[in-house]
Design a binder for this molecule. Structure first.
Ligand code: NDP
Ligand code: MG
Ligand code: MG
Length: 328
């Protein structure tokens, strides 16, 4: 394992260089503002008719079209949604790349699965915060940062790793630590994590627990507190002190009950399915499905969003979060 901190990185490697951040959403806004305030020469590449254009301007950043930003920059950091990166790259970035430029990402998706084929004479790098954009920005403003990952897919100039790390320094990531990985490892583990555990696994676990209680006649509000609201408190303990710290903080009854029953929740069947999900990611089957879905205008995603918004837990949760002042 290789971890980089501030002392390992020289921001000066980007001193006379221009970094174009393409996109000003969750990551684009956070990373461009952080790098700008760290003294890097940042331009933001956007479409003129989009909502972000004005936002980035109002935040005091140098905004231009994607084409102009790519042309002006030595480092092109692509932070628009993964499913449109290939198209925007072909249309606005590819022809504006010059020898020795660096094509940079915060997720390896398009490079690893071949949706972007960069010319041989540019670097391909990744600097990826391990946290949502809002957190990347907030922790930076507080004088710290979120941890990050760094990877080099192609080192044309011989200093690609240092360039990627300097960007991470600018975003505040080396204050917490930046771990070295590869495009393959980052991409496959990221997709697996969000599907099996973080986004897919967690919501389905919560929803199933909630529904079990409601179906048994308990008040939905009580079920929400027990299966959703309290999960954050438990995860916070695990985040800060590991499983052991969490087990130590809950009652002995919770500890025994949790340890004795959890294998009946995540069963061998679930584990086998996790393995299958990982295989579908590794073979590119998932990515092909998502590309087909995107090309068709995301009909399935729209359907799934509707079903999700109609869940009882969502309605109860919205009401309770308001009543308790947790959400405006
Ligand atoms: P967002 O969905 O927040 O990106 C939205 C931005 O992209 C907006 O500024 C939007 O501008 C711009 N955009 C959309 N379409 C175009 C287009 N055709 N041309 C130009 N600009 C366009 O992306 P994220 O920040 O979520 O993700 C960016 C990258 O970071 C991805 O690779 C993702 O995997 C990675 N990442 C994301 C994390 C996260 O927390 N979200 C965490 C770690 C990595 P407009 O206003 O004009 O629509
Ligand atoms: Mg992801
Ligand atoms: Mg309890």
């Amino acid at each position: 394992m290789k971890m980089y901190y501030e002392k390992d990185v020289d921001l000066n490697i980007l001193k006379d260089k221009t970094v174009a951040v393409i996109g000003y959403g969750s990551q684009g806004m956070a990373q461009s503002r952080n790098m700008h305030e760290s003294g890097l020469n940042v331009v933001v590449g956007l479409r003129e008719d989009g909502a972000s254009w004005k936002k980035a301007k109002n935040d005091g950043l140098n905004v231009m079209t994607v084409e102009d930003a790519a042309k002006a920059a030595d480092v092109i950091h692509i932070l628009i949604p993964d499913e449109i990166q290939g198209e925007v790259y072909k249309k606005s970035i590819r022809d504006n790349l010059e020898e020795g430029n660096t094509l940079s990402f915060s997720h390896g998706y398009n490079i690893h699965f071949g949706y972007i084929n960069a010319p041989e004479n540019v670097n391909i790098t990744m600097i990826a915060p391990k946290g949502p954009g809002a957190m990347v920005r907030k922790t930076y403003e507080e004088g710290f940062g979120v941890p990050g990952l760094v990877a080099v897919e192609r080192d044309y100039t011989g200093n690609a790793l240092q360039i990627a790390l300097a960007m991470g320094q600018g975003s505040g990531l080396t204050r917490a630590g930046v771990l070295e990985t590869t495009f393959k490892e980052e991409t496959e583990t990221d997709l697996f994590g969000e599907q099996a555990v973080l986004c897919g696994g967690a919501t389905e676990l919560i929803a199933a627990g909630f529904q079990t209680l409601v179906d048994a006649g308990y008040q939905p509000e009580i079920a929400y507190f027990e299966t959703c609201h309290e999960l954050k408190l438990i995860v916070d303990l695990i985040y800060a002190k590991g499983f052991a710290g969490m087990w130590n903080d809950v009652s002995n009854t919770a500890e025994y009950g949790g340890l004795a029953t959890r294998k009946r929740i995540i069963t061998d069947e679930t584990r086998a399915e996790m393995k299958k999900i990982l295989e579908e990611i590794q073979t590119g089957e998932f990515t092909r499905e998502w590309a087909t879905e995107t090309n068709a205008g995301s009909p399935m995603l729209k359907r799934l969003r509707t079903i999700e918004s109609e869940l009882q837990i969502e309605k109860v949760g919205a009401k309770l979060r308001k009543l308790c002042g947790l959400q405006k």
